[in-house]
Design a protein around this ligand. Structure first.
Ligand SMILES: Nc1ncnc2c1ncn2[C@@H]1O[C@H](COP(=O)(O)OP(=O)(O)O)[C@@H](O)[C@H]1O
Ligand SMILES: [Mg+2]
Length: 258
């Protein structure tokens, strides 16, 4: 797929701007603080539903405007489409071909992107959390069910944490915790499998690209290392930490973070 048009209105430093793009490589160049990254940010929002550099929607709207509009036309093998995002009062509305979307999950996968910027060196140098986030964004675009499981996982984790505190302060039965353990472990296994599968898929491509840019002098290795390999190991981990979890009132074994 490729993007053939971007329209910005009241977005960041753009009052009104139309940008036409070509199939293949497009290059934006210019002095600092001219709005190059802002264009990438607009694309990111249309693809992923949020910005990669701010959580505050108000920052995305031009200082002198009340609302912002981003519109992107894209072409795929089988169809063309238009995504529009409306921003105002810390509210975001998404439209696909004019139809308002109810959930972000309906947006994902329409425009497929991979964002790579100098900060992304964190994928290599930073904490595992950075790598998980990168994987989660990539896979969610390919598989809506993945995002669903991820959200279920985070929700269930919250529920388990609430229950841990109820055991501590309200004398609720500890046995009931197994319900949460079971559910969390099942979801973790699904997330784990998808991440493993994705790494497997991109591995060979990355090997080739890396060999090419290093003139065959270097070899890169990519492995997905998880602290467990199936739901049983995850349940064991949860059980092992039960004392400390009860004391703290939250789950210490965490597979992914918000
Ligand atoms: N909400 C906003 N309203 C108006 N201008 C903004 C807003 N947010 C950022 N800017 C301006 O956008 C510019 C930075 O754009 P950016 O895309 O990061 O530049 P670069 O071309 O260096 O990547 C700065 O001039 C900044 O003042
Ligand atoms: Mg920039």
């Amino acid at each position: 797929m490729y993007i053939n048009k971007i329209k910005l209105e009241g977005f960041r430093n753009y009052k009104k701007q139309e940008i036409n793009l070509q199939k293949g490589i497009n290059i934006f160049y210019g002095d600092n603080a001219q709005g190059k990254t802002n264009i990438l940010e607009a694309i990111f929002i249309c693809a992923i539903g949020k910005s990669f550099r701010t959580k505050k929607e108000i920052e995305l709207i031009n200082f002198q405007e009340e609302k912002a509009n981003i519109e992107i036309n894209y072409k795929r093998k089988d169809r063309e489409g238009k995504i529009r995002v409306e921003l105002y009062n810390n509210q975001k509305n998404f439209f696909s071909n004019g139809i308002k979307l109810k959930k972000i999950s309906e947006l994902l996968g329409k425009i497929n992107i991979v964002m790579f910027s100098p900060e992304n060196i964190d994928i290599i140098k930073g904490t595992p959390q950075n790598r998980r986030k990168f994987l989660d964004i990539a896979i969610s675009q390919l598989k809506p069910a993945y995002l669903y499981n991820l959200n279920q996982y985070l929700k269930t984790l919250e529920q388990r944490n609430t229950y841990l505190r109820q055991i501590k302060y309200e004398n609720k039965p500890i046995e009931m915790l197994e319900i949460w353990n079971e559910k969390i472990s099942e979801l973790s296994e699904k997330i784990y499998e998808e991440r493993k599968e994705y790494i497997k898929k991109i591995k060979d491509k990355i090997y080739k690209i890396h060999k090419n840019v290093t003139n065959n002098n270097e070899e890169i290795e990519i492995k997905y290392i998880s602290s467990f390999n199936n739901k049983y190991e995850f349940i064991e981990g949860l059980k092992k930490n039960i004392e400390i979890d009860l004391k703290r009132g939250y789950t210490s074994l965490r597979y992914t973070q918000r």
